[in-house]
Design a protein around this ligand. Structure first.
Ligand SMILES: Nc1nc2c(ncn2[C@@H]2O[C@H](COP(=O)(O)OP(=O)(O)OP(=O)(O)O)[C@@H](O)[C@H]2O)c(=O)[nH]1
Ligand SMILES: [Mg+2]
Length: 433
């Protein structure tokens, strides 16, 4: 998951980025346009359930889910026409899954505001207008390109109509996310993701408040919260400055300091929780002696789709999944006890994976793909004692007797060795050479 941080200059984007990524790699200072080049960092998703699973299973390694954060330069009114630093850097945000929109919700005379006064709704509107204009600019470019193709291509002709309708919709001040795509052509659906429209992305409004308002909030943050609810977007209240300070402390002191402000969750935990909720994501786990690992999927995904996140073979050859809910997994001593207590369920292709499921997938790629692959390359079905066609075996044996080296083509048969050995009494046919 990739999240991009946007907002006006000097509202605390880089401070928040540093706090979230536990690094001081983004310069944060009290002047607008402090950030010029985008900063990117990858963060592991803190998950107490993964910690508990690790403590119980004691695996060789633990792998947490990760989130990428990108911090860019501040946007100002007129950025689409080159004001401030322009809007070129928004290209970095196009590949993000969601946008974190930082809104200044603190009074501090020492920290300048580009519009001098503090007004969260005005600030939100400024940024959203700029995002809309940036989208229209990129759509205009795409439309021009598509128009050239439309003379010879029917799909392109349909796409020109769709893009024009979309631009018209956005010129009326509406976000791309509210565009009705049900009547649009397949061509638009195909390029939708590639367009990377900023106003089509889910938004998490992040009210940057001062220390005093961390627990209870303030009137600015309440306005932002209301706006977020009205736009079915995520909302999170954070004090970027305190969060940044927290990172300089050891973990136990961090928790103490947070508690002294009346807060139980760190900024990172909050943003990730809201991010998962806004994007409709959840986690399932795999646990074994080698590895405990958290996997991120969309809520409502079925078992084969979830298996596909681990490896496409798991999805292709999915047979069934063995599932234990996280609570049951922690309650019983081991998997054998879970099985005895009938809390280890065997689920099929239609099972909808639940948040916190501990899963084990059974799959067989041989069934769906391997057989045809085998026939095509070896001309013999799988249970033939020897994997290679007879003529090739004879040819290779003769060559060997004559003292010739194995040709590269013969060596290409190597991948079939494990299967050959099944049919040849545990020994691969190569033992004859
Ligand atoms: N009082 C107070 N100051 C803050 C808070 N968050 C950030 N600041 C200060 O605001 C100033 C600007 O912060 P930055 O993080 O550099 O802001 P930015 O949004 O990245 O700014 P640009 O990179 O210029 O777009 C810094 O001096 C911060 O210390 C806060 O919660 N309270
Ligand atoms: Mg910055």
């Amino acid at each position: 998951m990739k999240l991009g941080i946007v907002g006006l200059p000097n509202v605390g984007k880089s401070t928040l980025f540093n706090a979230l990524t536990k690094a001081q790699n983004a310069q944060a200072a009290n002047y607008p346009f402090c950030t010029i080049e985008p900063n990117t960092a990858c963060v592991t998703v803190p998950d107490k359930r993964v910690d508990a699973l690790t403590a119980k299973v004691a695996p060789k390694r633990t792998i947490y889910a990760t989130v990428d954060f990108t911090d860019i330069a501040g946007l100002v009114r007129g950025a689409s026409t080159g004001e401030g630093l322009g809007n070129q850097f928004l290209a970095t945000i196009r590949e993000c899954a969601a946008i974190i929109h930082v809104v200044r919700c603190f009074d501090d005379e020492n920290i300048s505001h580009v519009d001098t006064t503090i007004d969260p709704l005005r600030d939100i509107e400024t940024i959203e207008t700029e995002l809309l204009l940036a989208d229209i600019q990129s759509l205009d470019k795409r439309l021009e390109k598509t128009k050239k193709l439309a003379k010879a291509n029917k799909d392109a002709k349909l796409l020109v109509e769709d893009l024009s309708a979309l631009i018209e919709h956005m010129n009326a001040g509406k976000a791309a996310s509210s565009f009705d795509r049900s009547t649009a052509s397949d061509a638009l659906a195909q390029i939708w993701k590639e367009l990377g429209l900023l106003t089509a992305k889910p938004v998490i409004y992040c009210a940057n408040v001062d220390e005093a308002a961390m627990a209870e909030g303030n009137s600015y943050a309440d306005t932002v919260a209301k706006y977020a609810t009205a736009h079915t977007s995520g909302f999170s209240r954070i004090c970027a400055r305190i969060e940044e300070e927290l990172q300089t402390l050891p973990p136990d002191e961090q928790a103490e300091l947070l508690q002294s402000y009346g807060v139980s969750e760190s900024g990172l935990e909050k943003i990730i929780r809201v991010g998962y909720h806004t994007l409709g994501l959840c986690s399932f786990f795999t646990a074994g002696p080698d590895e405990v690992r958290a996997w991120t999927i969309h809520k409502g995904w079925k078992a084969p789709q979830a298996a596909g996140v681990i490896h496409s073979d798991f999805e292709r050859g999915f047979i069934r999944a063995e599932v234990i809910s996280y609570d049951d997994y922690m309650h019983y001593k081991n998997e054998a006890e879970c099985r005895a207590a009938a809390v280890l369920r065997t689920e099929g292709k239609d099972y909808i994976v639940q948040d916190g499921d501990v899963m084990h997938f059974l799959f067989n790629v041989w069934d769906t793909y391997g057989f045809w692959h085998w026939l095509r390359h070896h001309r013999y079905p799988p249970h033939t004692p020897c994997a290679r066609p007879l003529w090739r075996q004879v040819h290779q044996q003769n060559s060997f007797k004559k003292g010739k080296k194995l040709s590269p083509r013969s060596k290409r048969d190597l991948p079939c060795r494990p299967l050959c050995s099944q049919g040849s009494g545990g020994k691969s046919p190569w033992h004859r050479f």
